[in-house]
Design a protein around this ligand. Structure first.
Ligand SMILES: *Cc1c(COP(=O)(O)O)cnc(C)c1O
Length: 420
């Protein structure tokens, strides 16, 4: 066993996947900025292509810098292997495409990240694929939606931006009873708060763009295989060659060999390098994110201009108890939403912020706001916005790691401007 596996999370984020002895003593992974790798013999390259010998071939397939990040993220989630991808959406679309064929179905929580929602409801139907969307917190509805055509259940640890939190252990149990795997987008929780594989999930995905890299400097994604799902032949006949060849890593091999390579969703090695540096401080950053977010949620709740606050850390939040159990008391995430009177108030509030950045991203160490209704969701029709809880009075706030007093003062100043 790798002795590093026994280290605690705060140590693993820094040391997992590190091998300075292979890097001429360098404490950070070299950036292998090369499209291709030399092979001394024809026989050797043939064996590498056949998967019978280790080695790197071509950057679209594998890269040594990317491999370091893959090992690190797989260790942090307790997985058996990982593939990093060019974006979070590449991780999501590759995973789904590897699991689906024309005529198949999937069951997903309804409060999905918007590009995932569009993929499931707009693009998949063109290929004869049906996504059944149900409330992610309603385990019974998930159970009912699974049928003989279902190939997987898909959930987000914390719905973005609805902030609803499904009971992953319960849903994993239901999915497995019905013979299908559970895929979890763990972007908003990160392995600091939640390790879905330990709760029974089978595949974990991330947008590494957010908390994992933490500095708003890269776009990237990762697919992590838990290696425990048996891929029964009856429902997954197309998986059998991979099960025979790769055993526990059947899914990872399929998604890598068929989809990652064919769709060309390569992570730039420079992005992996920056993400490795970002991960060094993940545990520290998350401690501060969750601490600040709870204080900010309480502050906002005390302000008369704020009509509602949606944060799982507040005791009356519908997902509070699930979050307490599932996130092991470590906190409730760094993102929240809140209401002002109307869109006009939201615009005026945003225009009066000085410290907090107004932009489309989250999970940065800097505090960020956006008015989703008029920006990311501008092209969605009204009924869909309502279904996704995207209302004109809603502000989304990704709470950063600045001094919480400064964050609250900035929010306070912008709220003051509403009564002027
Ligand atoms: C941002 C995000 C994604 C998409 O990631 P990209 O890196 O932007 O492609 C997927 N899921 C969640 C929950 C996200 O927040």
């Amino acid at each position: 066993m790798n002795p590093r596996k026994s280290y605690r999370f705060h140590t693993q984020v820094i040391h997992a996947g590190q091998s300075p002895q292979d890097w001429q003593g360098a404490t950070l992974p070299p950036i292998f900025q090369t499209a291709s790798h030399l092979h001394p013999t024809a026989e050797g390259l043939s064996q590498t292509f056949a998967g019978q010998a280790p080695g790197y071939i071509y950057m679209r397939m594998t890269n040594p810098t990317n491999r370091v990040l893959e090992e690190k993220l797989s260790a942090l989630e307790g997985g058996q292997g990982a593939v990093v991808t060019s974006s979070g959406m590449a991780a999501i679309s590759n995973t789904c495409m590897a699991l689906l064929r024309a005529g198949d179905e999937l069951v997903a929580g309804a409060s999905l990240f918007l590009s995932t929602y569009l993929l499931f409801t707009n693009i998949f139907p063109r290929y004869g694929i049906t996504a059944r969307l149900v409330e992610s917190t309603d385990s019974q509805a998930i159970e009912k939606a699974i049928n003989s055509k279902t190939r997987f259940v898909y959930l987000e640890t914390i719905g973005n931006p609805k902030m609803d939190i499904p009971d992953l252990a319960r849903v994993a149990e239901i999915a497995h009873q019905r013979g299908v795997p559970l895929v979890v987008d763990n972007t908003l929780a990160t392995p600091y708060l939640c390790r879905p594989l330990e709760l029974g999930a089978d595949v974990v995905l991330h947008s590494t763009t957010k908390y994992l890299s933490g500095h708003g400097d890269v776009v990237g994604g990762v697919i992590i295989d838990g290696g425990n799902f048996p891929w029964p032949e009856e429902r997954f006949p197309d998986f059998q060659p991979f099960v025979e060849q790769k055993g526990a890593l059947a899914f990872l091999d399929k998604v890598w060999r068929e989809h990652h390579v064919s769709f060309g969703t390569t992570q730039a090695p420079m992005h992996s390098y920056l993400t490795v540096i970002g991960l060094d401080t993940l545990a520290l950053r998350m401690e501060r994110h969750v601490d600040n977010a709870l204080k900010v949620a309480r502050y906002l709740r005390g302000r008369p201009e704020v009509t509602w606050v949606n944060y799982p850390g507040l005791e009356d939040h519908p997902s509070h108890n699930v979050a307490l159990k599932q996130f092991a008391g470590r906190g409730f995430g760094g993102m929240l939403t809140f209401g002002l009177n109307d869109q006009e108030a939201c615009f005026r509030f945003i225009d009066n912020l000085r410290l907090i950045y107004h932009l489309a991203n989250l999970g940065d160490c800097k505090s960020l706001v956006i008015h989703p209704y008029s920006s990311q969701y501008i092209s969605f029709d009204e009924p869909t916005k309502q279904k996704l809880s995207i209302t004109p009075d809603m502000i989304r706030l990704s709470v950063g790691i600045e001094a919480v007093e400064d964050i609250c003062e900035d929010l306070g100043r912008a709220l003051d401007s509403l009564s002027k």
